[in-house]
Design a protein around this ligand. Structure first.
Ligand code: SF4
Ligand code: SF4
Ligand code: FES
Length: 229
């Protein structure tokens, strides 16, 4: 028997992992998976479009193409068919950034397939964050780590480009390396941070810190309240 809620909420028909369901309109794919009893133990995390754990593949009526989206941000529509993106293993590449002296020059030492791009556009087409992954990989290959890293900023490390790449290049890990390498070795040092670190080393805040440590819990709490007000 239908409850009053069932009668009020419009429903849409969707296909999840090959089975059809009626679910409330306007909910996300992750909500639909949960509502229909699918266990999501690994394929979900932040629910805010940040962690990249909930990547899914979906089709819509009348379009032969597969789309890739974040399940927690993709609102389902009538006739949509979707399933969670297959889970991926860990990257096979390892490097210790503290030992990298010349990030661009050492790219191929750490990613031995970084120059194997066949320009198939697969990584760019599949990226749910609409990053021009192929172009960023090309820039990284030319040593332009700053530009490549900037393009990579919206990445949520969902791994779709990694799974898609026919050359097993692991584009997302190459671009993460470019970003890390740029920040660690190539970017100008942050002057304000350096100044503060120097002043801390020289003891500028030592007395203030001592007086804070000497405060009772009650006085410390009062001071915090004062600071908030
Ligand atoms: S660059 Fe790759 S890992 Fe990052 S969001 Fe796009 S597809 Fe996902
Ligand atoms: S999927 Fe791999 S081979 Fe294809 S364009 Fe992207 S990096 Fe190049
Ligand atoms: S659950 Fe984190 S991006 Fe969707």
């Amino acid at each position: 028997m239908k409850t009053p809620e069932d009668q009020e909420v419009p429903k849409v028909g969707v296909e999840i992992l090959g089975r059809t369901f009626q679910v409330p309109a306007g909910i996300t794919a992750v909500d639909a998976l949960w509502l229909t009893g699918h266990a999501l133990e690994r394929g979900v995390g932040c629910l805010g479009g940040v962690c990249g754990a909930c990547t899914m593949l979906y089709t819509t009526p009348g379009s032969p193409n597969f789309n890739v989206g974040l399940g927690c941000r993709t609102v389902i529509t009538e006739g949509m068919s979707f399933f969670p993106f297959p889970q991926r293993g860990r990257s096979r590449y390892r490097y210790d950034l503290s030992e990298v002296k010349d990030p661009a020059g050492e790219l191929l030492d750490h990613f031995d397939r970084a120059d194997k791009c066949r320009h198939c556009h697969g990584c760019t087409n599949v990226c749910p964050q609409k990053i021009q992954v192929e172009e960023a990989i090309e820039l990284a290959g030319k040593g332009e780590f700053e530009k490549a890293g900037e393009m990579f900023l919206p990445c949520v490390m969902c791994g779709a480009c990694l799974a898609e790449c026919p050359e097993e290049m692991e584009p997302n890990h190459i671009l993460l390396y470019a970003r890390r390498g740029f920040a660690a070795r190539l970017a100008p040092p942050p002057q304000e941070l350096e100044r503060m670190a120097r002043e801390i080393r020289e003891g500028r805040f030592a007395a203030a810190m001592e007086s804070l440590i000497a405060l009772s819990d009650e006085d410390l709490r009062a001071l915090c309240e004062e600071g908030r007000g």
